[in-house]
Write a protein that binds this ligand. Structure first.
Ligand SMILES: [Zn+2]
Length: 232
């Protein structure tokens, strides 16, 4: 009786292994310490939202670094325009970004985020300073940032040290463009790495800015102007 009970238990444990655990184990085989938390491990409630719901990236992915430039005065506006540093995006943008980060983590890198969703009123402030559509989207049309479908990012190592991309974020000059050739082989390789995996994960490049990526078809989503709650 005891033996049959033991066999039953063992059979049950093997056959009924939680599928979420199985997915996580496979992921862990790729990289034990730094693998991006798989989406299937997240609360069903978080993943079952509409793909166009605005969500906070930090509640989904844990392997990102953040340097939200517009929550500081260290940006081309020379002023802090966000009350606190949060990265809100549409859920479908978050899913694609997590997919990309998982690929980067396997290779020893992580995404560092500079900017995500941007309220339309902030876009108007930017346009008042740089009214050049090569670098700042006209608020009359709205940026993909205003739609929750764009991210400004770079790559770091696991310690958070940024890879050399040739220019700083928001460098408004030809050196920041994807087709600019007068760069070191290392910079070209770093930009290519970022571009290759972001494109594979469903993002499009923006010709004049190596750091900016738009989720494909994001221009169909409406512009928004909400500001996130900083008291949470
Ligand atoms: Zn951008």
């Amino acid at each position: 009786m005891k033996y049959s009970l033991l066999i039953l238990c063992l059979t049950f444990l093997t056959a009924c292994k939680n599928p979420k655990e199985a997915v996580y184990s496979d992921a862990l085989l790729s990289n034990t310490n730094y693998i991006e938390e798989n989406a299937t491990l997240l609360d069903a409630a978080k993943m079952n939202l509409s793909d166009t719901t605005f969500v906070n990236l930090k509640e989904y992915g844990k392997d990102f670094f953040y340097d939200m430039k517009y929550a500081t005065a260290d940006n081309f506006l020379k002023t802090q325009v966000y009350d606190c540093p949060e990265c809100y995006l549409r859920l479908k943008t978050v899913k694609a970004l997590m997919k990309a980060n998982q690929e980067f983590v396997k290779l020893g890198y992580k995404i560092k985020v500079y900017d995500c969703y941007r309220p339309l009123d902030v876009q108007k402030k930017m346009w008042a300073i740089v009214n050049n559509p090569t670098y700042v989207a006209d608020p009359a049309k709205g940026s993909i940032h205003n739609r929750g479908g764009a991210v400004d990012i770079t790559l770091t190592d696991y310690s958070g040290n940024e890879l050399d991309m040739g220019t700083s974020f928001d460098h408004f000059g030809p050196e920041a463009a994807h087709d600019y050739k007068n760069l070191s082989a290392e910079v070209i390789a770093n930009r290519k790495l970022l571009k290759t995996i972001m494109q594979k994960s469903g993002f499009k490049t923006f010709a004049s800015e190596w750091w900016h990526y738009n989720l494909a078809n994001a221009s169909t989503m409406p512009v928004s102007n909400f500001t996130w709650d900083c008291k949470k």
